[in-house]
Ligand binder design. Sequence first.
Ligand SMILES: [Zn+2]
Ligand SMILES: [Zn+2]
Length: 239
Amino acid sequence: MPLPKIIRKTINLFLPDTCVLCRMVVNEATPHLCCRHCWSALPRFDTQCRHCGRPLPSNLTSELICGACQTKPLTVGLTIAPLVYRDDAVNLVHALKFSNSVRAARTLSCALSERILSTATRLPEVMIPTPISWRRHFRRGYNQCDRLTHELASTLGIEVRYALHRKHGRVQHGNSRSVREAQPTNVFTVTDTDLPSHIALVDDVITTGTTMRNMSNTLMRAGAKRVDLWAPCRASSDF
Ligand SMILES: [Zn+2]
Ligand SMILES: [Zn+2]
């Protein structure tokens, strides 16, 4: 239940809301926790391929599918990744990933849910956070995708389910495209015997899409009919 306005104003006198990015005091609390300038300055894609999220020329209006996806689509569903992975989008992901920032998770999930609600005509039955191996979870203490997925759930009201298990493997962060694409395809296993037909996978950043493709294929083999890929950020080009 939201606090009454008079109480919020009193609290704000002593603990003013600050922008998650520039730390400037903001007069009115916003769901995305940014000042107006930082929120509008976040780098956003304009026109993207519906299957992989690659940027496309903005004059395209009909079939938004890139050349690569016309032969080998990344997913059978939609890929939604609104922010270009640069500048403050990188700062937010790093704050979430390496400092467990709940505020950064909120900002990233707001950018993502805003695009989901304006793009998706049908929402999935469940969301699955991209799993990390138990060793990495033990060392880091949390899974940043889990944090992000729960923030999304509070906005979209979609069930969060832990239906995938990830075997321990090499960290992909910072690896080149060729190294990422060489990762084994059996990294993930399905732990849920009652999968719904329409699922969204949630990650923090889509780079080459190899990890998400592997997860999506694993879920399809286990009986899912459609898998959407959701992440707040996507690399502007494949590297
Ligand atoms: Zn700001
Ligand atoms: Zn594509």
